[in-house]
Design a protein around this ligand. Structure first.
Ligand SMILES: [Zn+2]
Length: 403
């Protein structure tokens, strides 16, 4: 054998040995990295290649759910459902934190469950209603929020990307990032208004805010993908633009513009990109991320792991955040305790309005004698006593909440 052939043979043997003896030194698959991104007040019909190019590209590689719903158009309770896998009546947070509403002490968030297993957990949020008051911070080692009532989304996104870069590759992690664009008042950065060709109309300014959120998330999404993360991008609720008398708001309505939310799930564990039509909810998001990474399920939750096409519901149960008679004629009492409840299905809905009664719309709705049982998981709401923290009231007023 010539020296050159000998060298080649030795190299080949070394390569075979390296490939074949991975037994003891095999590090196995990387640990899971779960990334939950919520864009506050983002409507389901504002996800496309021009408005949200980064998220649209992610959706092309994963699952896009076109029939995903929130249980309520309020920031704190909707996020509580995301983080617990429970409907609001079970986690106990049915109003925003500045109204004194809190997670039940006995409820364990997914962050708490993962922290117990030694995961690294962090949250970077952008507005008071997603903040720690009321208990959304439970289980997060790092919980970073705005010093004032809200902050620009690029601060939260940049801090989150920075945190992600500090976690060793061998450690499992759960990261939640919340952006407050496009919540009103709509005041997009000029570059985003220009990018979408926005006029001065509220509808255009809202769209430009959605574009801003997507732009701010671009670097974080790329960092999460490089990490091999399993990623969910969704919203806590949508927004009524000009579809109703009560326009440019979300807390007073059970309109589908509020209840239907975008949902994209992609990354590790998602192998077959698909547009999925089944009816799903925010409670399903974390059970799905855990199942995709072969983690133990959250115990006794309302959410379903959406691994197989076809898993979903035949109807969804939701409520408005509060009652105002110009938005919901006849509702009584006004305010937090008079909210509409709605059973929503593809071809019908049943509305229950305190002070006015219940009625069905559309074809094929269940008979009235079935309604009490169907509404039972979401009993009428008794508002909590007002908060004693004057700072909460100030923060709420700064965000435009008057109640
Ligand atoms: Zn919100």
């Amino acid at each position: 054998m010539t020296p050159r052939a000998l060298a080649f043979t030795s190299l080949l043997a070394a390569a075979i040995t390296a490939a074949g003896c991975s037994g003891d030194d095999d590090p196995g698959p990387p640990p899971p990295a779960l990334v939950l991104i919520t864009i506050d007040t983002w409507r389901a019909d504002h996800l496309d290649h021009s408005l949200t190019p980064n998220i649209h590209a992610l959706a092309e590689e994963g699952w896009r759910f076109d029939n995903a719903f929130t249980p309520v158009g309020l920031t704190s309770p909707a996020h509580a459902s995301l983080l617990t896998g429970l409907m609001p009546a079970r986690h106990g947070m049915r109003a925003n934190n500045h109204h004194g509403s809190t997670l039940r002490w006995s409820v364990e968030t997914v962050a708490e469950q993962l922290r117990k297993r030694g995961w690294r957990t962090a949250a970077f949020v952008s507005a008071y209603p997603a903040g720690p008051e009321g208990g959304l911070s439970q289980g997060f080692q790092v919980f970073d929020g705005p010093e004032a009532s809200e902050r620009s989304g690029d601060i939260a996104a940049d801090k989150a990307a920075g945190w992600l870069g500090t976690i060793p590759a061998r450690e499992p992690l759960f990261l939640w990032v919340h952006l407050y664009e496009p919540h009103g008042p709509y005041a997009p950065p000029q570059q985003d208004a220009t990018a979408v060709g926005a006029s001065r109309s509220d509808r255009d300014l809202y769209a430009a805010e959605v574009h801003a959120a997507d732009r701010m998330l671009g670097p974080l999404l790329r960092a999460a993908q490089q990490r091999g993360a399993t990623i969910a991008v969704t919203s806590d609720h949508g927004e009524v633009l000009d579809e109703e008398v009560c326009s440019w708001q979300h807390e007073r309505s059970i309109h589908e513009a509020v209840l239907r939310v975008p949902l994209v799930i992609a990354g590790r564990g998602v192998h077959d990109p698909a547009l999925r039509e089944e009816w799903v909810g925010l409670v399903d998001v974390m059970p799905t991320l855990l199942a995709l990474t072969e983690q133990p399920a959250m115990p006794d939750v309302d959410g379903l792991p959406l691994l197989e096409p076809g898993v979903g519901r035949d109807h969804w149960l939701a409520e408005s955040g509060l009652c105002e008679t110009d938005c919901a004629p006849g509702c009584e009492p006004a305010g937090l305790g008079g909210r509409d409840r709605v059973l929503l299905a593809p071809d019908w809905r049943v509305v229950d309005r305190p002070g006015r009664g219940s009625w069905a719309e559309g074809a094929g709705a269940p008979f009235p004698d079935e309604w009490p049982k169907l509404f039972a998981p979401l009993p009428r709401f008794t508002p909590p006593p007002p908060p004693v923290d004057p700072g909460a009231e100030e923060a709420a007023k700064a965000l435009g909440y008057q109640d």
